[in-house]
Design a protein around this ligand. Sequence first.
Ligand code: FAD
Length: 388
Amino acid sequence: MKNYDTLVVGGGVIGAALAFELASLRQSVLVLDRQEPGHEASWAAAGTISPAPDQEAAAIAALGCESYRLYPDFVSAIEAATGQSAGFHPNGAFELFFESNAEAERDQRLKQIRAAGIAAESISLTEAKRREPAIGPSARAALWIADEAHLDPRVLTRVTLAAAERAGAEIRAHTEAISVITRDSRCDGVLAARTETHHVAESRVRTAEKIAACNVVIAAGWRSKEIGGAESWAPSAPVRGQMVAFGRVPGAPRTILRCERGYMAPREDGRVVAGSTLEPGALDKHSTAAGLQKILAAATAMAPALADAPVLETWAGIRPDSPDHLPIIGATDVEGLFIATGHYRNGMLLAPATAKYLAQWIVEGRASKYFEPFSAARFAAASRGVNP
Ligand SMILES: Cc1cc2nc3c(=O)[nH]c(=O)nc-3n(C[C@H](O)[C@H](O)[C@H](O)COP(=O)(O)OP(=O)(O)OC[C@H]3O[C@@H](n4cnc5c(N)ncnc54)[C@H](O)[C@@H]3O)c2cc1C
């Protein structure tokens, strides 16, 4: 039986980026995914690469800024490995304010962003509309954030998976990790089940197997807590988010626009995607009338030209949240078992830094200062009644 250096459970953007980093460091790497890799939260995301934290995400600002700094090199590396474009556009973002106290809200938001060490400037609406003519007449104040980018998450994840394979990682679809195998407080691999569909007989066959690895990383998104032996370190929780894609229309925005009620980002092909909702616990991937209504109202208030655009696609995805809404990254009490989940609303942003520093931790045994607030021990310790 082959013994991999590292087995990564989950082929979303986090697992893919980590597999790429580890394989680039000459590790033998296997990625397992219970479905086609890249088809869960990483398929559903909007693709704003935004280190400016909201109130809830202030604790991820340092990791977010570092990940944003790493993005151009990360993108160059996966593009060089594959010859494919990852479509990274560092074009900045406008935040818009609509309420009667818009200027006070803008000033408060400016303070919050600057406190995180991110450059932002208050600009007049005239100047904002000169730079982005799509901005509608009901906006009352605007902020400009230069360090922000957009990309298509489906493309980024596909190119990252391809880059990981080019670097030598093996990727197995339709193979579900059921539980981690531990012996004497050491992780030895996983028990997995592979599903094969036989189209002629119209049947599906599940085959169980043990896969040996020196290290196992649980990067299974919102389902991480379902994996036996990982649940106390990775108590992931699902939060559904809905999205809308508009077709090409004259006067559509070319930069990210955001307000308290929603956001939108342009795509390379002229579409504009807009989101989103926050629906804890919702597991089905339906769009709802209420969700779409909220997204469409915010989008057309920010960019009225979208009112005439065709709606090309609506979808919903499940974000991987955690009990304190912060990522869970790092080693566990079980030697060789690592966690990389809980990236919630920021997994696209956080993928390069999560992958780079977790790969270093696995290969060199060096924990990164960026992961200190996100210790995988904090929930396990709490469940045993001790301070993490
Ligand atoms: C509507 C929406 C909008 C978003 N917008 C943004 C944004 O603009 N910017 C941003 O930074 N982030 C955004 N996010 C968040 C981002 O999508 C996630 O944080 C990120 O995709 C998480 O990546 P992941 O690899 O951890 O999880 P996933 O992409 O969910 O990947 C996990 C993988 O693990 C596999 N898996 C699960 N269980 C098992 C198992 N037992 N065995 C094997 N495989 C398993 C799954 O099949 C899946 O492929 C958004 C999310 C949503 C839903």
